[in-house]
Design a protein around this ligand. Structure first.
Ligand code: B12
Ligand code: SF4
Length: 527
């Protein structure tokens, strides 16, 4: 049969840096099953093609099965792709998977009647079985999906995580336009990577041991399984297939063989290991580095990856440096211990972050840090602590605004608050008692607000909503800007304008306090 996989555009305000690894693996599976397979990568061009051109490309064949996957932030474009795909292929089976649908498959199917099947979480086994059951349409035997039957959306029993990742085929590299990706090799502006001519990115780990409240793992680790299914069901999966692991890794042998294959095929000079948290398992890092060096790859391919602060030790850094790592990204998130401990839930403190930066610098690997603003309990003093961290370390950072992506703890904990930001009626209803409005009507408004929220995630290039208890959305946008420019003075002025008390320790940097002092007008008692 004819199978088309479609990768939506992503982060369109920047060059395309990453191949669509998930869909490329599913393409390999489709080919291994003997199907004529095409992968339409809508992210490869800048600017993105017009919808007219995209429709023309989809129209080159009549497809039997169309598979679409992506992150929550791609929902806006996925909706358009679904519309075009269905118009052009009224009889095709349309299957969706990935982060955008994993955490609320029934709602997304309700919003998009074009979708026949939603695959929840890890896709390899599920997709293979969907292909195998295409003729019989016996969906009830395919675990880990939602499908339609008699106008109802049916959930099948959950699917255990794949215990041994080494059974997964390589992505279908031949279906990807690697020459175009290589043109953007140097567009990754991290130490070492920007010099590369033939960079590839791939993932050698699924899941992460930490439990940050703003993060999810596309349904692919124990924390996600627990949040989606509850403890009882996860225990049953454990009994059936072994412990549903928090983190799973491809073996060092698999990773090294994959790298050698790409070296031979494309003469690659850089690999960005897009693991969620590679350093969190020091034993595995040492094993990987040992084999990498033993096979002589350290002189041929440089590496970059992501890690977490507590696991950055001088020993790890030394070994990673020897293996050829040039940068490690670390989610610093905040300079305030209050936010790190109360809101983020990573189990990391400012001291951990500082030690990691110092250790990486001393060991000759470049630290790349990301930060956020707008966590629920973060106030202006916490914001100032983060800017202080930027200043102390002389780093340039444009913080992300904390966004409650579906599936995350901050999304679950703040659902009503999020929806109220998209429908004033819901906000007013939360403040007043309106007994004359039915629960059914409220549910309709909530569903509409949910979809508006999903659409507003708009490629993560637009700002959407907030979970902050202290700042409204427009305030957060100015705070983000002032953090980026490290403008402590304007942040403190804003604090006075908004009557946000700031701590005594910032007085000497505060233009308002200083003026009040000079004019003997100081009234507000500092915290
Ligand atoms: C590379 C990457 C990116 C790339 C783009 C990826 C791409 N081309 O699609 C870039 C750098 C642009 C990016 C940006 C962001 N990302 Co990102 N990214 C990743 C990363 C590191 C690797 C993705 C990957 O290749 N995974 C490996 C493949 C095998 O997994 P997969 O894609 O999930 O596919 C599997 C399943 O999901 C499923 N599946 C997927 N599609 C389909 C389709 C069908 C039909 C089926 C059946 C199954 C299926 O089967 C696949 C195989 O098991 C992951 C973390 C990670 N290590 O996974 C985060 C991750 C996906 N990103 C995430 C986030 C939050 C973001 C940002 C929103 C961050 C931000 N605040 O800006 C932005 C959004 C960008 C935007 N503008 O929309 C989250 C997920 C969010 C979500 N639930 O959607 C992740 C999990 C990181 C995290 N731990 O929080 N990201
Ligand atoms: S350390 Fe990174 S990947 Fe792990 S849970 Fe936190 S944000 Fe997610």
């Amino acid at each position: 049969m004819k199978v088309l996989l479609i990768h939506p555009p992503v982060r369109v305000d920047y060059d395309p840096l990453d191949i669509p690894a998930g869909l490329a693996i599913l393409s390999s599976i489709s080919m291994n099953e003997g199907h004529q397979t095409a992968l339409l990568d809508l992210n490869i061009e800048r600017p993105i093609q017009s919808w007219n051109d995209i429709a023309k490309q989809i129209a080159v064949e009549k497809w039997d099965l169309i598979a679409i996957g992506g992150l929550s932030s791609m929902y806006n474009d996925i909706k358009k792709i679904l519309y075009i795909s269905r118009k052009l292929n009224p009889d095709a089976l349309i299957v969706c998977g990935g982060g955008f649908i994993t955490y609320m498959p029934d709602k997304i199917m309700k919003f998009n009647p074009e979708i026949d099947i939603a695959a929840i979480g890890e896709g390899e086994e599920t997709f293979k079985e969907i292909l195998q059951n295409f003729d019989s349409r016996k969906w009830s035997s395919v675990r880990g999906i939602c499908y339609r039957e008699n106008n109802e959306i049916i959930y099948t029993p959950p699917r255990p995580l794949i215990p041994d990742l080494d059974v997964i085929p390589y992505p279908a590299w031949d279906l990807l336009d690697m020459d175009t990706y290589f043109k953007y090799s140097g567009a990754m502006w991290f130490d070492g990577a920007w010099k590369s001519k033939h960079r590839v990115n791939f993932v050698t780990e699924r899941g992460c041991p930490r439990q940050c409240t703003f993060c999810t793992h596309n349904g692919m680790n124990r924390w996600d399984q627990l949040a989606m299914l509850g403890e009882e069901k996860v225990k049953l999966l454990d009994q059936e297939a072994g412990f549903q692991a928090i983190t799973r890794f491809f073996s060092p042998e698999y990773v090294v063989n994959h790298a050698k294959y790409l070296l031979e095929k494309y003469n690659i000079d850089y690999i960005c290991l897009l693991d969620e948290n590679l350093t969190s398992s020091p034993k595995r890092v040492h094993e990987l580095c040992d084999l990498w060096i033993k096979e002589g790859l350290n002189s041929k391919i440089k590496l970059g990856t992501a890690g977490d602060a507590p696991s950055i030790t001088p020993e790890i850094v030394k070994h990673m440096k020897e293996a050829g790592f040039t940068f490690i990204t670390i989610g610093g998130e905040s300079g305030s211990d209050k936010v790190l401990l109360q809101d983020i839930g990573k189990g990391v403190t400012r001291a951990h972050n500082q030690k990691a930066v110092d250790t990486l610098k001393a060991g000759g690997i470049s630290p790349v840090m990301t930060f956020m603003v707008g966590n629920p309990n973060e106030d202006i003093n916490d914001v100032l602590e983060t800017v202080d961290f930027f200043i102390q370390n002389n780093i340039e950072i444009d913080p992300f605004i904390c966004t409650p992506y579906p599936g995350t703890k901050i999304f679950m904990d703040n659902q009503d608050f999020i929806l109220e930001q998209y429908d004033e009626k819901l906000r007013l209803l939360s403040e007043h008692n309106h007994h004359n409005i039915s629960q059914e009507q409220i549910q309709i408004w909530k569903d509409e607000a949910l979809e508006t929220f999903l659409l507003s995630l708009n490629n993560a290039t637009d700002y959407s909503c907030t979970v902050s208890k202290h700042f409204d959305f427009s305030e957060l946008i100015s705070i983000k800007y002032l953090m980026h420019t490290k403008d402590v003075s304007k942040l403190l002025k804003l604090a006075h304008m908004r009557k946000w008390p700031h701590k005594l320790k910032w007085d000497k940097l505060c233009p308002v306090c200083s003026a009040e002092e000079q004019l003997s007008l100081k009234q507000i008692q500092p915290l």
